[in-house]
Design a protein around this ligand. Structure first.
Ligand SMILES: Cc1ncc(COP(=O)(O)O)c(C=O)c1O
Length: 398
C-alpha cells in the first residue's frame, strides 16, 4: 500500500502536494527556454522568498540538508566541535555536523511541545564541558520554538543559532518569521512539505558576509555564479576561479519554477491546513485517550501530531496506527527520536530514558493527514476512524 496515493477504496493519503496548472505551465516554460539548471528563475525565486520573509539574503539550494550543511560550514563548525539539538527530529538536522567531523549534543524537548527546551540548552552550555559551536532548534511540525529565549541564551553564551525551519514556512515565532532570528534559517521544499519544489530548500541569513560565503560554497567554491557568466554582460564567460572546495548544492530553474508558483499560494495553503487543524482540535477535544498538539497563532501546521495516552489504551501506538491505516487513513509517526536510532545510540552511548519527554511523545505519536487538497469528507473520515478506534481500544473504567 502506498501511503501517499489515493485509490478507489477511499484511502486518505498521508500527504499530497498541491500542484496546479500554474506549476505545470511554469515548468513547461523552463523546459522550452533552453536553460534548465540554475539561472534567472532560481534568482527570481530567491528574491521573492527573501521579500516574503523580509530577510536580506535567500539562497536556493537543492535540499534543506544542503542548506544546513552550508550554514555549519560557513560558521566554521569543525572536527571535534559539538552542536546542540533535540533528538525529536529527522536525522538531517544533525547528520550535517558529522559531515564536518562535529558531533550532536542532544537535549530533551519541552514537556508541552515537540520543540527543544531552552532551559536545557542553557544547562548543556554550562555543564557539558564540550566545545559547543552552535544550536539548531527545529520548529517541529511548524510549531514555533521559543526563539527569543534561544537567541538570548546563544548570544550570552556566544554560540551561533541555525534554525531548522524545514517545517516552518510560513510560521511566526516570538522573534519574527521562523528562520530569521538566528544566524541562518533553513527551509525544506521536499515533496511533502508546506510548499514544494520536488526536492529543494532555501538558506536565509541577514549577514551579507555569510551569504557571500555560502553562495560560493553552494557551487563548487567558484568565485562567481556560473549562470551570470553566460548573461552577455560579463567580460570573459569561460573564466572563473575556485576559491574553496565547495559543494554541488544549487537549485535548478526547473525546481525553482515550481517554488515561485508555490510561494504565491503559500498563505492560502496555510489557511487550509489551519482550518483542518482547527477541525481536528474541535473533534478530538473530548477524547480523553488523546493528547492534542500544542497550538500557536504562528503555527504553519505542517504536521498534526496526536499522542495516544498509553495508560488508557489496551493496545500500543504501533497497533493503533496499523489499525488506522488498515481502515483507510494514511497516518505516520513523527518522530522516532534520534537517540533510539542505532547510529546515534551506539556512537554516543545513549539510552532510551536519557530524553524522557522525547521518549514519551514518541511512544504515543500519530501524525494525521493535513494538506490543502484534503476534502472535508476526508477530514471527517480521519476523525471518524480515530474516534472509532479510540472507542474500540480505550480501556474501560470498570
Ligand atoms: C526537521 C527536518 N530537517 C531537515 C530536513 C531535510 O530536508 P530535505 O529533505 O529538504 O533535505 C527534514 C526533511 O524531512 C526535516 O524534517
Amino acid at each position: 500500500m502506498n501511503l501517499n496515493t489515493e485509490d478507489s477504496t477511499g484511502f486518505v493519503p498521508f500527504a499530497r502536494p498541491s500542484i496546479g496548472i500554474e506549476e505545470e505551465e511554469a515548468v513547461l516554460a523552463v523546459l522550452r527556454s533552453g536553460w534548465l539548471t540554475t539561472g534567472g528563475v532560481a534568482k527570481k525565486f530567491e528574491d521573492a522568498f527573501s521579500k516574503a520573509l523580509q530577510v536580506p539574503y535567500a539562497l536556493a539550494v537543492n535540499s534543506a540538508t544542503s542548506g544546513l550543511h552550508l550554514a555549519l560550514d560557513v560558521l566554521g563548525v569543525k572536527e571535534g566541535d559539538w552542536v546542540i539539538s533535540s533528538p525529536y527530529t529527522f536525522t538531517a538536522t544533525v547528520e550535517i555536523a558529522r559531515y564536518l567531523g562535529a558531533h550532536p549534543l542532544f537535549v530533551d524537548i519541552e514537556r508541552d511541545s515537540f520543540n527543544i527546551d531552552p532551559m536545557l540548552i542553557e544547562r548543556a552550555l554550562e555543564q557539558s564541558g564540550k566545545r559547543v559551536r552552535c544550536v539548531i532548534p527545529v520548529h517541529v511540525g511548524g510549531f514555533p520554538c521559543n526563539m527569543r529565549s534561544i537567541c538570548e541564551i546563544a548570544r550570552r553564551k556566544k554560540v551561533a543559532v541555525v534554525e531548522d525551519a524545514a517545517h516552518a514556512f510560513p510560521c511566526r515565532t516570538n522573534a519574527g518569521p521562523a528562520g530569521t532570528a538566528g544566524d541562518f534559517g533553513v527551509f525544506s521544499f521536499y515533496a511533502t512539505k508546506t510548499i514544494t519544489t520536488g526536492e529543494g530548500g532555501m538558506l536565509v541569513t541577514s549577514c551579507g558576509d555569510f551569504a557571500r560565503q555560502a553562495g560560493i560554497l553552494r557551487l563548487h567554491g567558484i568565485d562567481r555564479e556560473v549562470w551570470k557568466r553566460y548573461q552577455g554582460d560579463e567580460p570573459a564567460a569561460w573564466e572563473y576561479d575556485v576559491v574553496a572546495p565547495g559543494y554541488k548544492y544549487n537549485l535548478a530553474d526547473l525546481n525553482a519554477a515550481l517554488g515561485l508558483c508555490q510561494l504565491e499560494k503559500a498563505l492560502d495553503f496555510r489557511k487550509r491546513r489551519e482550518s483542518i487543524a482547527r477541525r481536528y482540535l474541535e473533534a478530538f477535544a473530548e477524547a480523553d485517550f488523546l493528547r492534542l498538539p500544542p497550538e500557536a497563532p504562528g503555527h504553519s501546521w505542517h504536521l498534526f501530531v496526536l499522542c495516544l495516552k498509553p495508560d488508557l489504551m489496551t493496545v500500543d501506538r504501533d497497533e493503533f496506527l496499523k489499525a488506522l491505516i488498515e481502515r483507510g487513513v494514511g497516518a505516520s509517526v513523527h518522530y522516532k527520536p534520534l537517540h533510539l536510532m542505532s547510529y546515534y545510540r551506539d556512537t554516543y552511548g545513549l539510552k532510551a530514558g536519557d530524553f524522557p519527554n522525547s521518549l514519551e511523545r514518541y511512544l504515543g505519536a500519530i501524525s494525521l493527514p493535513i494538506y490543502p487538497s484534503m476534502t472535508n469528507e476526508q477530514v471527517e473520515k480521519v476523525i471518524r476512524e480515530v474516534m472509532y478506534l479510540g472507542g474500540k481500544y480505550r480501556r474501560s473504567n470498570g
